[in-house]
Design a protein around this ligand. Structure first.
Ligand code: NDP
Length: 244
């Protein structure tokens, strides 16, 4: 199955590292022009060195006003990947208001905001489009020390469904990918301890964590016209974790 994004403009958030960075590079390989949003300038500089066609935007998505001014004059976007997220793990009884606010600001509120900016343009042009939100298996399975993170991803899945409902009539599809653990910077935060990692892989029928490329391939599928009738779904990329 060949996927081409020739002639399309894609916007990817959280593009400096991990899944977002690999998604940018894969989209560019498939012919898309890509705008890459991330928070650390050094990551964006090295990304542009690796792929000179990428347009970098250095931005903290937790800042609503800065997001508005950075993205409002972007050239029309056809494909959006809301990938940036914040994870800070702590026992439920120790969660602070700051951890809660930072998590919801990036993982939910910024998704709503960036999607509003992009979808308003898609609607006005009548061009349709495809949006993929990067959620998690944590949206529907309780994980110890993940009270806030799980809550943000549960909220994100509902946001995905309502966006699919309201934007569908404008031929804008909205779906999510819901990966299991991937050993990126974020994955290492929670799962570096071998014993803890084993306790998770033991619950995954395929017996391993996901690779970055496993997630990227599912994102590309949902962005592409190969999934033209798929709207409002949460696609697990979890080796069967959520099936059990
Ligand atoms: P990484 O930590 O490797 O990369 C996250 C990227 O997002 C970084 O470039 C980071 O920039 C950027 N980012 C974070 N906050 C902001 C912000 N406020 N503004 C702009 N950019 C920001 O994470 P992953 O690649 O692992 O995660 C990508 C997505 O996949 C997330 O939505 C995550 O929840 C989801 N996911 C990850 C899993 C895993 O195990 N890794 C499992 C399931 C889902 P900087 O480093 O400068 O902060």
């Amino acid at each position: 199955m060949e996927i081409s994004f020739r002639g399309k403009h894609a916007l990817v958030t959280g593009a400096g590292k991990g899944i977002g960075r690999a998604t940018v590079l894969a989209l560019a390989r498939c012919g898309a022009r890509v705008t890459a949003v991330s928070r650390t300038q050094a990551d964006l500089t090295s990304l542009v060195q690796e792929c000179p066609s990428v347009v970098p935007v250095c931005l903290d998505l937790a800042d609503w006003a800065a997001t508005e001014s950075a993205l409002k004059n972007l050239e029309p976007v056809d494909l959006l990947v809301n990938n940036a997220a914040y994870a800070s793990l702590q026992p439920f009884l120790e969660v602070t208001p700051d951890q809660f606010d930072q998590s919801f600001n990036v993982n939910v509120k910024a998704v709503l905001h960036v999607s509003q900016i992009v979808a308003r343009g898609m609607k006005a042009r009548g061009s349709g489009g495809s949006i993929v939100n990067v959620s998690s298996q944590a949206s529907s399975c309780a994980l110890r020390d993940h009270a806030v993170y799980c809550s943000t991803k549960g909220a994100l899945d509902m946001l995905t469904k309502v966006m699919a409902l309201e934007l569908g009539p404008h031929q804008i599809r909205v779906n999510s990918v819901n990966p299991t653990v991937v050993m990126t910077k974020m994955g290492r935060l929670g799962w570096s301890d071998p014993e803890k990692a084993r306790s998770m892989t033991a619950r995954i029928p395929l017996g391993r964590f996901a690779e970055v490329e496993d997630v990227v391939h599912s994102i590309l599928f949902l962005l592409s016209d190969k999934s033209n009738m798929t709207n409002g779904v949460m696609l697990p990329v979890d080796g069967g974790f959520l099936a059990c």
